[in-house]
Write a protein that binds this ligand. Structure first.
Ligand code: MN
Length: 289
């Protein structure tokens, strides 16, 4: 199991200075892996990012949320084509960095929709993802679709809904990505979704109910860590936290980060690294009971 941190814990800008800050901060906090957001793939230097990640002894993954212009669930074929093209560019970035996962809201726009999905839109997204999954496999990359709450996508909001959608894509190179922040809003508890997903769970985000310090909100991390252990989850477990102390104009506004929950990225990250490792470590001993 690789324990990681999202780059936005440290910086909202992923130019050379931002990449250095995020990658060196992630390594200093004790993590194994950094997840880099690809919100602006045209201006992302994946060769530099890959070099810095390797220099700091980290593994790397990448994530993003689509926009209206790249929405795979659109009934406008131009938007679907643009989304597919953009995601293929993201696969090139992940490959250039030496990563093995592209995750996040890569099946629809990441925003509050004002209407449900349409069958044609869902079919567009599933067909595009099936093609992208093949191209990802050629590059040694797995696609992981993040289950997010109702205010950030209309396609699926629970693990069961996500699994049905993945069934429709029909590729074994597509897995589910669960996030405790979203689960805490939409799921009936923190363990059934993990058991339902089983070996189709490919990626995990760890976020508190208010996206601040772990352990200061209402998420049942104990139940969640027990469930991860029960299904033998061995993929990346990545800490996500957002505060107005670190601002990415696009991501912060999309996610509704309006207030300050912490000031010190390094202290937050070091605490999260300990919290996740301690939680995962303790539940491993349950097998001895
Ligand atoms: Mn997430």
């Amino acid at each position: 199991m690789l324990i990681g941190a999202h780059g936005l814990v440290f910086t909202g800008v992923f130019d050379e200075a931002g990449l250095r800050r995020a990658i060196e901060g992630t390594a200093a906090a004790g993590f194994d892996l950094i997840e880099l957001p690809l919100m602006d793939p045209d201006n992302f230097d994946s060769a530099l990012a890959g070099r810095l990640v390797a220099d700091n002894g980290l593994q790397v993954t990448a994530s993003l949320g689509l926009t209206d212009a790249t929405d795979l669930t659109s009934e406008d074929s131009a938007a679907v084509k643009a989304g597919e093209r953009m995601l293929e560019g993201c696969l090139d970035h992940v490959a250039a960095m030496g990563g093995g996962v592209l995750c996040g809201v890569i099946y629809s726009a990441m925003r509050k929709y004002m209407a449900p999905t349409t069958p044609a839109g869902v079919a567009n997204s599933q067909a595009a993802l099936a093609r992208l999954a093949d191209r990802a496999r050629e590059r040694g990359i797995r696609l992981c679709l993040e289950v997010v709450n109702r205010y950030e996508s209309n396609v699926f909001n629970t693990a069961r809904g996500g699994l049905r959608f993945v069934d429709g894509v029909g590729s074994d190179n597509v897995s589910l990505h669960l996030d405790t922040y979203h689960m805490n809003i939409e799921e009936s508890d923190m363990w059934q979704p993990v058991l339902d997903a089983g070996d189709r769970l490919g990626y995990v985000h760890i976020g508190e109910s208010h996206r601040g310090y772990l352990g200061t909100g209402t998420v049942d991390f104990d139940g969640f860590f027990r469930a991860l252990d029960r299904v033998g989850f061995d993929g990346p477990v990545v800490f996500e936290s957002f505060s107005s102390a670190v601002v990415s104009e696009q991501l912060s506004n999309t996610l509704g980060v309006w207030r300050n929950l912490w000031e010190d990225s390094d202290d937050l990250a070091a605490h999260a690294n300990r919290f996740i490792r301690d939680g995962v470590h303790a539940v491993r001993t349950i097998a001895m009971h």
